[in-house]
Design a protein around this ligand. Structure first.
Ligand code: FES
Length: 110
């Protein structure tokens, strides 16, 4: 049975939600499976929609790491302004080092 970690999703209005996630799944998948409506994820995780935009809490940015070149290209198309620690959540693969991860959800995904 895969290990489980906890991630925290903070909505634009400050609403904070804690979600259990399996190690090895993407942050997007964990959030969507938990019913999080702040992540649209229209393309299902194939890096072609930019509607899974999250802003990684600065305290976690180094651990999460930077986007790939392809992801950086897609990040230029997010509905809400890109920030220094913006990532597409379908491209963040969860591992034990991300237990307790905090991300903010932009106010708009479209
Ligand atoms: S779900 Fe479409 S780019 Fe992440």
């Amino acid at each position: 049975m895969p290990a489980t970690i906890t991630v925290h999703l903070v909505a634009a209005d400050g609403r904070r939600r804690t979600v259990d996630a399996r190690v090895g799944q993407s942050l997007m998948r964990a959030a969507v499976d938990a019913g999080e409506e702040g992540i649209a994820a229209d393309c299902g995780g194939c890096l072609s929609c930019a509607t899974c935009h999250v802003v990684v809490d600065p305290a976690w940015a180094d651990r999460v790491g930077p986007p790939s070149d392809d992801e950086a290209y897609m990040l230029e198309m997010t509905a809400s302004p890109q920030q220094a620690s913006s990532r597409l959540s379908c491209q963040i693969t969860l591992d034990e080092s991300l237990d307790g991860l905090v991300v903010q959800l932009p106010d708009r995904q479209y």
